[in-house]
Write a protein that binds this ligand. Structure first.
Ligand code: ATP
Length: 246
């Protein structure tokens, strides 16, 4: 890996996100926590980006702000040429619904709905969505559509969550510890599903992980420490999820 800028050939370095001097201060009573301390960054459209760093270094805060779930305390954030930090709540919600899919450590599926129905919750309200069957096929679960979450393994449930996140064909997929609750073999299947979506749809993917091995599948790695990106690694030859040293 080298510390140079990643330039994917297809997009000629078109930027999905640009952030300038982003700060986030959480205030709880008298206490202030500076979760982000002046982050400058850009995320290239179509790249696979991994965020590494110690607990509390600001990764989730960064991801949530990037996806419009939260706002920085100061600084500017753009999605392409749309300034997210200038949007109203309503406009920010619209941005998020239209462009961003989220995956979290715990799958957050609705237990009383089948896999297909869980995905349909999204496809029924999204504009440019694929069918639930197509989304489940993309993550290799076409034969589990009628199963309820309790009838699926943890990895399969997470793949349903991936199908649900990508069914609306978002340009951006943000994943916070997507394999945190899974063993290595199952985690690899989930990463393969994410990689498959990345390749099939050209989705910009950002993955937070505590597993440094997962960084091998990224084009770039942002290393976080104390609320800032302290190092950017560029990986000229990302590996397939199956080749990750867990
Ligand atoms: N809602 C909140 N209110 C107050 N402080 C918060 C809140 N969310 C996060 N923090 C604090 O901000 C800092 C950064 O948290 P963040 O969750 O972004 O780190 P992280 O790198 O994702 O950590 P982890 O790897 O443990 O998930 C931490 O000190 C955390 O305690």
């Amino acid at each position: 890996m080298h510390d140079t800028e990643f330039q994917p050939e297809a997009s000629e370095g078109a930027l999905a996100f640009t952030g300038q001097d982003l700060t986030k201060i959480y205030r709880t009573g008298e206490t202030e926590v500076a979760a982000l301390r002046g982050v400058d960054m850009s995320i290239v459209a179509g790249e696979m980006l991994v965020l590494l760093g110690p607990s509390g270094s600001g990764k989730s805060t960064f991801l949530n702000i990037t996806g419009g779930l939260d706002r920085p305390t100061s600084g500017k954030l753009f999605y392409r040429d749309l300034e997210l930090t200038a949007l109203s709540e309503r406009e920010l919600t619209r941005f998020r619904r239209r462009h961003v899919g989220f995956i979290f450590q715990f799958y957050n599926l609705i237990p009383s709905l089948t896999a297909e129905e869980n995905v349909r919750l999204v496809t029924d309200i999204a504009e440019a969505s694929m069918s639930p069957a197509e989304a489940l096929a993309l993550v290799g679960l076409e034969d589990r559509a009628a199963h309820f979450p309790a009838q699926l393994s943890g990895g399969e449930q997470q793949r349903v969550a991936v199908a649900r996140a990508i069914a609306k064909q978002p340009a951006v997929l943000l994943c916070d510890e997507p394999t945190g609750a899974l063993d290595s073999a199952t985690g690899v299947r989930v990463l393969e599903a994410i990689e498959q979506v990345h390749r099939a749809l050209g989705t910009t993917v950002v993955i937070i992980t505590h597993n440094a091995g997962i960084a091998a599948m990224a084009h770039r790695v942002f290393h976080f420490r104390d609320g800032d990106i302290v190092r950017i690694e560029v990986n000229q030859s990302p590996v397939e999820p199956g080749g990750i040293q867990w």
